[in-house]
Ligand binder design. Structure first.
Ligand SMILES: [Zn+2]
Length: 348
């Protein structure tokens, strides 16, 4: 582990975005934040997860340790290591009331970070399996639960439905879109996301299914791409999936032609600085590509990805972005940038 890895937590503390004043006494004026890339099950505080697992008497691996296996505060050897927490993040909630409990806790964490609007992601189908209900019922529960939690905290929220890469991605997307139609195309659902292992192949028809959903329902498209160095996945996201936004996109920083394309088309990169360092998407001895995004005029929004897994929040990600070279001025523009590239309508 090099110095940069060791420095990450203190680095964040050192440049923590004061709500009153910056390091140089300048008013940072960060009174509102918009969050465009956060996974619901990566935003549940560890204490809430523990309560739910106990309540549902969920069996965990014998060698499971909460602090070691859930929270990530130091760079992982690989994205796979970072993702080990998802082995049990998909074991709950089996009870409807625990869905309410976890969404309330996740949204409370966003409120603490002065988030006034959020696009929450969930892959819905695991919830249907856990709660032994149809995909449409699972989506309806998610809409109700997140809607109530957001209302209680005075936050506006939209839902992005996540599809996981792999053999079943096309079937799963069709199932999810059918559920969405069965519910009368609720306005709460604002977009589609592709996530999961970027090395994994997917059916040839998947990109056209995304584009059709965009054209037919007006859903925004965001694709996790370029997080593990595969720049071709970013190209594919833009040219085949019709992506409006790119999740992470860190590999794009090394491809000037792609940076020019992202800039020309106004495709926004969802930059998650803490996540990128912890997953190794940005090697510890390299500068974060957000400087490249800025240089080429590629729009970007700072996001938190899985704040509870990092034991951090969006405010910390903004501080991390400043540690990576952004200015207070950049940060002051973030709320407006997030609004501009949000899939939610009528944000004022
Ligand atoms: Zn993500």
């Amino acid at each position: 582990m090099n110095q940069r890895q060791l420095d990450l937590p203190c680095m964040l503390g050192d440049v923590g975005l004061s709500e009153e004043a910056g390091e140089d006494g300048t008013d940072t004026d960060v009174t509102n934040r918009g969050e465009l890339h956060v996974h619901l099950n990566g935003a549940i505080p560890a204490a809430t997860i523990r309560e739910i697992l106990i309540d549902e008497a969920t069996a965990l691996p014998a060698d499971f340790q909460f602090e070691r296996d859930l929270v990530r505060t130091e760079p992982c050897q690989s994205l796979a290591e970072y993702l080990t927490a998802w082995q049990f993040l998909r074991l709950f909630p089996r009870k409807r009331e625990n869905l309410d409990r976890l969404t309330l806790a996740a949204v409370a964490g966003l409120a603490e970070n002065k988030v006034s609007f959020v696009e929450l992601r969930s892959s819905v189908l695991y919830l249907a399996a856990l709660q032994k209900c149809s995909p449409a019922q699972a989506l309806e529960r998610l809409i109700e639960s997140t809607g109530e939690a957001a209302q209680r905290h005075g936050i506006r929220r939209g839902l992005i439905v996540t599809v996981t890469r792999g053999d079943y991605s096309a079937v799963n997307l069709s199932t999810l879109l059918q559920a969405y139609q069965d519910l009368g195309e609720p306005k709460d659902v604002i977009g589609l996301d592709l996530a999961g292992d970027e090395e994994m192949a997917y059916p040839a028809e998947l990109p056209s299914l995304f584009r059709e959903a965009k054209d037919r329902f007006g859903l925004g498209i965001t694709i996790h791409a370029g997080e593990t160095g595969r720049v071709e996945n970013v190209w594919s996201a833009v040219e085949h999936f019709g992506a409006d936004r790119i999740g992470h996109g860190t590999a794009a920083g090394k491809d000037p032609e792609l940076l020019e394309l992202l800039s020309a088309r106004g495709i926004c990169v969802e930059v998650c600085p803490i996540s990128n360092r912890l997953t190794g998407a940005v090697p510890t001895d390299e500068a974060h590509p957000l400087q490249q995004f800025r240089r080429y005029g590629v729009p970007f929004v700072i996001c938190s990805d899985n704040p509870a897994i990092h034991d951090r929040g969006l405010a910390d990600d903004q501080a991390a972005a400043m540690a990576e070279g952004l200015s207070i001025g950049d940060m002051q523009q973030q709320y407006e940038v997030a609004k501009r590239y949000s899939f939610m309508k009528d944000l004022n």
